[in-house]
Design a protein around this ligand. Structure first.
Ligand code: ATP
Ligand code: MG
Length: 473
């Protein structure tokens, strides 16, 4: 029987170059993995192209570079036996076909040369083991030993070999399975899901950086909750984000219940994924309630409370980022700020005064719209009347933000009277009084007692100076 052929997948002229190079070296070469999968899923042409050579991947890469007019530089990774080069907007990675065997305590296998079939056996999923031949006489032929094409049609994540061994060998694959299920909206077949559950604890040998890569990809997916629900179901979540898991469950006391903040959080993340691609804002949605677990109390008069959970939560963001080895930079500060301020617009919505809006804009600065987006995503009530009312209230807050900002410009607040001017006016050296005067001006502007205007601020400066017993220069 002749093999199905996909020459159309290989229209990029670079595949011809690889083909000629492989024939010149008399070795078999294939494009394999994500590129083939994404072509068949019509996800568009992947920019990363993985080439496997039955023989030396490094030699093949060098030969390909030689045959390209601009002779791209070949980056060689000797320890891994791989080589990479960039050409015409794509990145080619070359590897020699290999056979792998694992030991218990590492996800780095012992490697020996192997056949294409050996190489396909070491792939994580059937849909990632698809290969297209690149040699001239078999150009475009599909090699699909595990029925990966059928799994693509059926939308199934399945391992080529025994899933218990596959996941135990390299536990990162558990996160990859969940990530692909989320990205592609595929189902992880039952044997795989059970094997992940059995091996969940082995995720400990994976570095945090790798796990975070997968978390980012899950969060960047159209429906991120799929991934977090799967991490929960397979028991991976306690190893990765115990803070989130701690939000799960509903307590009842004296007939009073609070909502399950874990499932609520996942709804919020899905909501926000509909309105923003900003992955850090999605992180903020994921973490906006994490302070609720440690602050939960029951009070006979008011019922369940989560006093200061926003503040506690923003501190937890730092610890979580640090533990997961995520960058402790402006992205983290942004997430902290969103968590810290996550209830502010809600308080405002019932009574939208100019001064409260000015303070909100002043405190949130350039992120005030992101904050509103988060608060809108936080509306998960199933009561249609309430749903509409809450959204309308936030719409009013948004309108007010535009109106107030247009008039008062406190978004990137610059004091209308500078510290230097205060020092000059009262002949002061740097001192406490300057701070007091500056603060009084800022407060008066935010309260609406004066406008954000030089003359009015100067008048207040003189008045305050007098009150402080300062004499004019
Ligand atoms: P994407 O690039 O969209 O994340 P991909 O499938 O290309 O998806 P890569 O991480 O680029 O994923 O890996 C390329 C190929 O290498 C995969 O398709 C798979 O065949 C194989 N692979 C990657 N990581 C593993 C792993 N941990 N275990 C087994 N095979 C893997
Ligand atoms: Mg890839």
């Amino acid at each position: 029987m002749s093999k199905p052929t996909y020459k159309n997948a290989l229209k990029n002229p670079v595949f011809n170059t690889v083909s000629k190079a492989a024939d010149a070296l008399s070795l078999d070469a294939y494009v394999i993995g994500g590129f083939v999968r994404d072509y068949l899923l019509k996800r568009g042409d992947a920019k990363d192209i993985d080439i496997v050579a039955v023989g030396s991947g490094i030699e093949l890469a060098k030969e390909v570079s030689k045959n390209l007019s601009h002779k791209p530089k070949v980056a060689i990774f000797k320890t891994y036996g791989t080589a990479a080069l960039k050409t015409a907007g794509v990145e080619l990675e070359f590897v020699g076909a290999r056979k792998e065997s694992y030991t218990k305590d590492s996800r780095n296998p012992k490697v020996e040369n192997g056949t294409l079939q050996d190489d396909q056996n070491r792939r994580d999923f059937t849909i990632n083991a698809l290969a297209l031949s690149l040699n001239e006489d078999t150009f475009g032929e599909l090699l699909d030993p595990f029925d990966g094409v059928k799994d693509l049609d059926d939308k199934i994540i399945r391992t080529p070999l025994n899933p218990d061994i596959t996941y135990s060998d390299d536990p990162l694959r558990m996160m990859r399975a969940i990530r692909f299920a989320t990205q592609l909206n595929f189902t992880i077949e039952k044997e795989s899901l059970d094997a992940i559950t059995r091996n969940a604890e082995r995720i400990k040998i994976i570095t945090n950086e790798r796990i975070v890569d997968e978390l980012h990809k899950i969060l960047a997916s159209p429906v991120p909750s799929i991934g977090f629900a799967l991490m929960h179901k397979t028991n991976l979540l306690p190893h990765i984000m115990p803070e989130l898991l701690a939000l799960q469950g509903i307590d009842e006391k004296e007939g009073q219940r609070h909502k399950d903040n874990f499932w609520h959080t996942l709804e919020v993340v899905d909501n926000i994924a509909l309105t923003t691609d900003n992955v850090w804002l999605r992180w903020a949605a994921l973490l906006h309630d994490i302070g609720k677990a440690p602050t939960k109390r029951f009070d006979k008069k008011v019922g369940w409370t989560f006093h200061a959970h926003e503040f506690v939560g923003s501190k937890m963001v730092y610890k979580l980022f640090k533990r997961l080895k995520m960058p402790l930079n402006d992205k983290m500060k942004f997430v902290q700020k969103m968590v810290l301020m996550s209830s502010r617009p809600i308080v405002l919505a019932s009574d939208v005064t100019d001064s409260a809006v000015r303070r909100l804009i002043f405190d949130a600065g350039e992120y005030v719209e992101d904050l509103m987006t988060l608060c809108e995503a936080d509306i998960t009530t199933k009561n249609p009347k309430k749903f509409k009312r809450y959204h309308n209230n936030f719409k009013l807050v948004r309108d007010k933000i535009v109106e107030v900002e247009e008039r008062d410009q406190v978004r990137n607040f610059q004091p209308p009277v500078t510290g230097e001017e205060i020092m000059k006016t009262f002949n002061l050296k740097p001192s406490r009084e300057i701070g007091i005067i500056k603060d009084a001006i800022k407060e008066a502007i935010l309260e609406g007692d004066i406008s954000n205007d030089y003359e009015e601020a100067k008048a207040l400066m003189l008045k305050k100076g007098k009150e402080l017993g300062l004499s004019i220069n």
